[in-house]
Design a protein. Sequence first.
Length: 269
Amino acid sequence: MAESVRWEAAGVCMRGARHVVDGTPCQDAVRVYRDDALAVIAVADGHGDPKHARSEDGARIAVDVMAALLRSLGRQLLIRQQDEPPIKIQESLEGHLPQRINWEWNRRVKAHAGHLDPDGAWHTDLLLYGTTALGAVFTDRLALFIQLGDGDILLVEDSGATECIFDLHEDMYGSLTHSLCQPGSAAFARVRCQPLLRPAMAMLSSDGVRDCLQGEPDAFLGVGQWLLRRVEQRGWGDALAGLPDWLSELSRRGNGDDVTLGLLHWRQT
């Protein structure tokens, strides 16, 4: 990508219609960071059922941990991308990065639960904080993605061509998902590193967005395309201003789940 390309980034997280009726909190979370050299998005979706009663905190801790680690990793990628192909970077991080995120999330959650001198080893208390997590870090040349559990990561080109970075695991269906709270959760994470060719927008979303569209693949992929057109026609600020109301209505018309978007838009400067 040319050096003249820069980005705009934002996260929008809305409490689901069902949660409003039930009086339960939003269990999604999002963190976004950008500067002149890199951009980071992290999204998490707490499970919310009684056996995961602190998943709201688990999701918040997940995006804090993932955003911080991806931001640090992004600084390293700015150097490594000079002479390492993306596939080699991916291979070097596939084992290490999920384990690092898992260890740090475990440690932070155990501290939140009141453990003294917490480490990152698994403990049954982690089950209370169950959450999925997905994130991405972008430089001027490449993107690195990581996902554990459900949710979606899309790249949309100016032409409208849309790529879904990860397919669903074969053993994930309905309400079943992998989780940071599982023993050995790092083994279920997926990592991908690829060059940036012609992206116009990246969209990371909790599974509530897809589920509220009744799981229709074309309708879901169309969200990324619609958002890109909206930004191009209205500008970044105006396009974002209506998203909270749109997401709330999507939840109301759908299954009532929490709905969260992390967005990155590339622009010429």
